[in-house]
Design a binder for this molecule. Structure first.
Ligand SMILES: Cc1ncc(COP(=O)(O)O)c(C=O)c1O
Length: 400
């Protein structure tokens, strides 16, 4: 057999994708599954985005696009950064790709040399560490504990940075914890970073518009302008506008970095689908009230699930102020046995028993680099959340 590349040997298949597949397999057997594992909004794409894509197709906008994005889209992104983040980027400092995921991938490929380290506050999105490994770098997790709201302490960040550190990856609101960094917290991290000029900083702001309780979203380059030349500000339309399938991510950053990423872009992509780019212009420039309307619905769901979890003996959960995830502490169940007879030695055992016995799909904290927790996504209807909470409560009550 011809062989697969060594560079893939350390790259895992995403646990949330594996769990979602497990849910699909059970559903295909006719089982009523409550899927709380996917990081995907359940709202439809805004109508004006679909209309714009349709109009673009009808107008013959179906040729190869400029690889880094159409002038219309880059200008719309420029307006978005100024409007939402008080960040001015020249259009030449703006780049698009097939999702924030591809932006992050291209940033790492464009910059990482063997031996380079990438500091990742953890728990963190599953893909960061794998993308870093794929690019030949070494992920360096910084543990962010529940008592600190799952956010890094400046001293811990300082301790993790070495002469080999190439990047720090920041993600607020966070997947998987929903934590949001305050202005002061970002400012404090910024002071550490100012002391280490060899470090780039990527801020993954994909959940920017999903914040609750009157909390204001801040991004690092806005809070500490002295870092502007070292920060890559990443965003996209997937989560804010429920456009996960359209595949559009974008970023603004310093010219040398954008140039290098553009070079990668031209080799691994022919640019983002023209119809998606037209749709993205429509949502970025269009009415923004839907963001608040949807955030209010997410907040209601969050409050409901938090209340149900609080009423479930053995579980506890910190109150997140963003994204649509809860990172639930299940340490009280370690060492117990489920009603179905499964020994719970880890969060992975808990999650597997919950799927098999109650058909509720979540993801183990270990997949995000911190145990014993599980991640629950509340981006689904109230009716499914009720069913999920009922079953989680029944599962927990059955553990001995
Ligand atoms: C933190 C984070 N960044 C990026 C992405 C991917 O975004 P996109 O759909 O734009 O590739 C996700 C998706 O789950 C995410 O949770």
């Amino acid at each position: 057999m011809p062989e697969i590349a060594d560079r893939l040997k350390n790259v895992a298949v995403s646990a949330s994708v594996a769990m979602t597949q497990k849910a699909r397999d059970l559903a295909a057997q006719g089982i009523d599954v409550v899927g709380l594992s996917t990081g995907e909004p359940d709202f439809p794409t805004p109508e004006h985005a679909t209309e714009a894509a349709y109009a673009a197709a009808r107008a013959g906008d179906t040729r190869y696009p400029p690889t880094d994005g159409t002038p219309a889209l880059r200008a719309a992104i420029q307006r978005k950064f100024l409007r939402d983040n008080e960040l001015h980027y020249d259009v030449s400092q703006i780049l698009t790709a097939g999702g924030a995921k591809q932006i992050i991938f291209n940033a790492m490929l464009a910059t990482i040399n063997p031996g380079d380290e990438v500091v990742i506050p953890t728990p963190s999105w599953i893909s960061y560490a794998d993308i870093v490994k794929f690019a030949g770098g070494t992920p360096v997790p910084v543990a962010c504990y529940e008592e600190n709201g799952f956010k890094p302490l400046p001293a811990d960040l300082e301790a993790a940075i070495t002469p080999h550190t190439k990047w720090l990856l920041l993600n607020y609101p966070s997947n998987p914890t929903g934590s949001v960094a305050t202005y002061d917290e970002l400012l404090a991290l910024g002071q550490v970073l100012l002391r280490h000029p060899q470090v780039w900083i990527l801020t993954d702001d994909i959940y920017e518009h999903l914040v609750y309780d009157g909390v204001k979203f801040w991004t690092l380059a806005q809070v500490e302008p002295r870092l502007y030349d070292r920060v890559l500000t990443v965003n996209g339309v997937s989560k804010a506008y429920s456009m996960t399938g359209w595949r559009l991510g974008f970023c603004g950053g310093p010219m040398p970095l954008i140039k290098a990423m553009s070079n990668v872009n031209t080799q691994n992509s022919g640019g983002v689908t023209t119809l998606t780019q037209a749709a993205a212009v429509a949502v970025l420039d269009g009415p923004q009230d839907l963001l608040q309307e949807r955030a209010a619905i997410y907040r209601e769901r969050r409050d409901y699930v938090l209340a149900r979890l609080a009423a479930t003996p053995g579980l506890s959960c910190h109150t997140p102020q963003g994204a649509f995830y809860l990172f639930v502490n299940m340490s009280n169940f370690i060492g117990k046995t489920s009603a179905g007879g499964r020994k719970i030695g880890s969060d992975a055992d808990f999650v597997m028993a919950l799927i098999e016995e109650q058909h509720v799909v979540t993801v183990q904290g270990a997949a995000y680099g911190m145990s014993p927790y599980f991640r629950l996504s509340y981006a689904t209807s109230m009716e499914r959340l009720q069913a999920g909470c009922d079953r989680i409560a029944a599962f927990c009550a059955g553990c001995r």
